[in-house]
Design a protein around this ligand. Structure first.
Ligand SMILES: C[S@@+](CC[C@H](N)C(=O)[O-])C[C@H]1O[C@@H](n2cnc3c(N)ncnc32)[C@H](O)[C@@H]1O
Length: 212
């Protein structure tokens, strides 16, 4: 059965079509069935995987307070929403490195397409605001980073306890001045809170954005 479904999907895709089954009750107050295009627009524009406004404001304040001669490092680019927030508040010449391996996104699109969309969306910050987009696993980045101590480290990637602890401890080991991250408040991912609390707890918090 699965092989048959896969074959049908391949044939349709080859002809430029895609099979889509809308999950029940997933689109707020819209009662009728959405077209595929409408559903993808809803998923893309209303997804909650990126920073809230309160989180963005705190991140902006932190960025503004940094030593502008040293880089800002972001782990977890997704579609670049937090990258844009950081870019809006940093000095144009302050280096920004944003790292993602494109293993996850809320739309279920492939890593290659996810990367292309993000690269396009962030083309201006790369071209004119001294940002670098790195497509790589964060652990490879940690292993190979040989730049100056970051002025600010922002982690928003893998929210397990072990990964969050590793992210923060790496930032501490390279002398990051400000260490912050997202999803301290996420009930479904209690690992962030546990790791942050073990390492001293948040000294500032806005929604889920913690500052160590
Ligand atoms: C919650 S999203 C980031 C949201 C983004 N910071 C924002 O506010 O717009 C998490 C991102 O982390 C990335 N990610 C997860 N594990 C990773 C890893 N081991 N290395 C690099 N990126 C990873 C995913 O591909 C995803 O794009």
């Amino acid at each position: 059965m699965n092989a048959l479904k896969r074959r049908i999907r391949q044939v349709l895709q080859h002809a430029g079509y895609e099979l889509y089954r809308q999950p029940a009750g997933a689109y707020g107050d819209v009662r009728r069935r959405l077209t595929y295009t409408e559903a993808q627009c809803y998923n893309a524009l209303a997804n909650r995987a990126q920073l809230s406004i309160s989180e963005g404001r705190l991140l902006g304040d932190l960025v503004r307070s940094t030593d502008t001669t040293r880089p800002i490092i972001e782990i977890g680019t997704l579609f670049g929403f937090s990258t844009i927030v950081i870019s809006l508040f940093k000095q144009r010449q302050q280096p920004l490195i944003t790292v993602d391996n494109y293993c996850w996104n809320p739309l279920g699109i492939s890593p290659d397409v996810h990367y292309e969309i993000t690269k396009n969306r962030l083309a201006e910050v790369v071209a004119k605001h001294n940002a670098r987009l790195l497509r790589m696993d964060k652990n490879d980045f940690y292993r190979t980073y040989d730049g100056p101590p970051p002025a600010l480290f922002f982690c928003d990637a893998d929210h397990s306890y072990e990964a969050t602890k590793r992210d923060i401890m790496w930032a501490q080991s390279v002398g990051a001045s400000i260490i912050c991250g997202d999803d301290y408040d996420l009930a479904s991912e209690p690992g962030v809170r546990r790791a942050v609390d073990e390492l001293g707890g948040p000294r500032q918090l806005a929604d889920g954005l913690f500052v160590l």
